[in-house]
Design a protein. Structure first.
Lengths: 470, 95
């Protein structure tokens, strides 16, 4: 039988605040010792009270606007109770009844829209490492600010799911609300998959695959679930509603503890945090800080930057923002240098954080435009702009120092051409050319280039040669 | 409201308490009493009442995003736990 899959995705995004959501402790625990970014609040010692981080509210507004969402003027926090050692409080502070972000939508490359049901602020849990007979708890991640983005079940294929996650990642990175480091779990996806016979009005029972941290694993997990559920239904069996884990090595999902289904979170309003009531002025002022989004860049560079180059560069907000600063007439040239030279470099990740200024890049493109730099020389100077020894010295100085500036002065070029033509060893080539042997012009250009120590502009040289050999 | 034996077992399961037969018996009665007491509130008509989330009438209490030095050290905090290992809190395996 043919089945139609239906997919909804919940995504947790770690916000790039300096401190945690409810305490003044360092929020960036990457590479730090376990339990070194922890305060008595995170430990949930008796009498400790949460202190809300205003920056998380500002970032939530930006995240919401990036997804075309309504921002709710009034929002609150609630306690979600559960017992697990990753949460010393015994509950998570989240926004169950009144989330800060309302309805919106995210556009896929296909042009289709996935509606956002809502998104809310909440604190992350700690990290557990399991051993044979015990587990170890690291509370560094406790109450790292998260926004959980809940989509409507608007996706119907593994590709849709992949594209949605990637689009969401780009939006969050461009909005500047997260570091977007997937490897370190900055964005994690829970994917709900169900299938129903074609034409059926009701959705099937869904399985939720938890904690996926790459677009590829989202895609593979959905593919696997569609196959698994189809097989069950074909065999006359039933899909049970459950939480499943993903194993990246085997490419399979497996059912997890069934006790979870009996969950009762006993939600209650968080009495320690007063409600958030935002004025329209505040929401507007914060929304106005939203930088250019991928869709804005697509519009801006349509017809200027090739589509495939643009798609590559749209994974790098810092490159796009730099391109946005550069005079449009040079954007194509610089976008090619970014895509084919910079990103091919081994140290490109490092370079992305310390780009040359827009003025330097424009100057470089201009020199290339005026043929003062050949395209090879342009690439070389471009890379030197990232060289700790060279950068900051100015594009012209670097080009001169490396002896890469092309001779375009026609008078000077003519003099060099004359010198070369006066040499006895070029006599035969000159005669051959006059006799109609076109290809020897290459040899003569080469001789002039040699005489000029590579600085002459080859096309100008050829032009002069042709004139003189008539 | 009658609290059945299964309700007590469900609640003890959710809260990870193990209860003796005697406690199951006793808690059932206690909970019934508590719920009966609270149920007096049902007699009030609250149709048009705004829910009260908190009673201090404060709003928009938030702080700047600045890291502050902490009084308590990792060693002090870990010392409060029953058992530690490699600077982490050691707990019985839960899953």
């Amino acid at each position: 039988m043919k089945y139609i899959p239906t997919i909804g995705i919940e995504c947790h995004v770690q916000l790039r605040t300096k401190t945690k959501l409810f305490s003044e402790v360092d929020n960036d625990a990457r590479g730090k010792e376990p339990n070194s970014c922890v305060s008595p609040v995170d430990y949930a010692l008796p009498g400790m009270l949460p202190r809300l981080n205003g920056e998380a509210i500002r970032l939530a507004i930006l995240a919401g606007r990036a997804m075309n969402c309504e921002i709710n003027a009034s929002s609150r926090f609630d306690r979600k109770h559960y017992f697990y050692p990753d949460s010393p409080k015994g509950y998570q502070i989240t926004q169950f009844y009144h989330p800060i972000i309302g309805e919106g939508w995210v556009e896929l490359p296909s042009g289709e829209r996935v509606r956002i049901e809502h998104a809310h602020l909440e604190g992350d849990a700690g990290k557990l490492t399991h051993f044979d007979s015990y587990s170890l708890v690291d509370l560094n991640r406790v109450d790292t600010p998260l926004i959980e983005i809940v989509s409507m079940p608007d996706m119907h294929s593994a590709k849709d799911a992949h594209d949605y996650c990637k689009a969401l990642w780009r939006l969050m990175c461009f909005a500047g609300v997260t570091y977007g480091d997937l490897y370190n779990g900055n964005m994690r996806f829970d994917v709900n998959v169900s299938i129903a016979p074609e034409g059926s009005k009701e959705l099937g029972k869904r399985a939720e695959v938890k904690n996926l941290n790459s677009f590829r694993s989202v895609e593979r997990a959905v593919e696997y679930e569609i196959k698994r559920q189809s097989k069950l239904l074909d065999a006359g069996e039933k899909v049970i509603q459950e939480t499943r884990g993903w194993n990246d090595a085997t490419g399979e999902t497996t059912g997890q503890r069934s006790k979870e289904e009996a969950k009762d979170y006993r939600y209650m309003p968080e009495p320690d945090l007063p409600p958030i009531n935002l004025s329209q002025e505040f929401i507007d002022a914060e929304s106005a800080k939203l930088p250019m989004m991928p869709s804005n860049y697509r519009k801006k560079f349509a017809g200027i930057i090739a589509d495939d180059t643009l798609e590559v560069l749209l994974d790098y907000p810092s490159l796009m923002s730099k391109l946005g600063e550069i005079d449009a007439k040079y954007a194509k040239n610089i976008s090619n240098l970014f895509a084919s030279v910079l990103l091919a470099e081994e140290k490109s990740a490092e370079y992305l954080n310390d780009l040359p200024t827009a003025a330097e890049l424009s100057e470089l493109a201009e020199m290339n435009d005026k043929k003062e730099l050949s395209s090879t020389a342009t690439k070389e100077v471009f890379l030197r702009l990232f060289d700790p020894q060279m950068k900051g010295r100015g594009v012209k100085n670097i080009a001169k120092e490396l002896g890469l500036v092309q001779e375009n002065d026609l008078g000077a070029l003519e003099a060099i051409v004359d010198t070369v033509l006066a040499k006895p060893e070029t006599k035969k080539a000159q005669d051959d050319f006059r006799a109609g042997e076109e290809k020897v012009i290459g040899f003569l250009v080469g001789q002039v280039m040699k005489e000029s120590h590579g600085k002459a502009n080859p096309s100008a040289v050829q032009e002069i040669l042709r004139k003189k050999l008539k | 409201m009658e609290i059945k034996r299964e309700d007590i077992l469900h609640l003890s399961d959710l809260s990870d308490f193990s209860l003796s037969e005697e406690e199951i018996e006793k808690l059932g009665g206690d909970l019934e009493g508590i719920i009966k007491y609270i149920s007096q509130l049902d007699e009030l008509n609250t149709d048009n009442a705004e829910p009260t989330y908190q009673v201090f009438e404060m709003e928009n209490v938030w702080r700047e995003d600045e890291i502050l030095p902490q009084d308590a050290t990792r060693e002090q905090l870990l010392a409060l736990t029953k058992e530690e290992k490699d600077n982490q809190i050691k707990v019985p395996k839960v899953l």
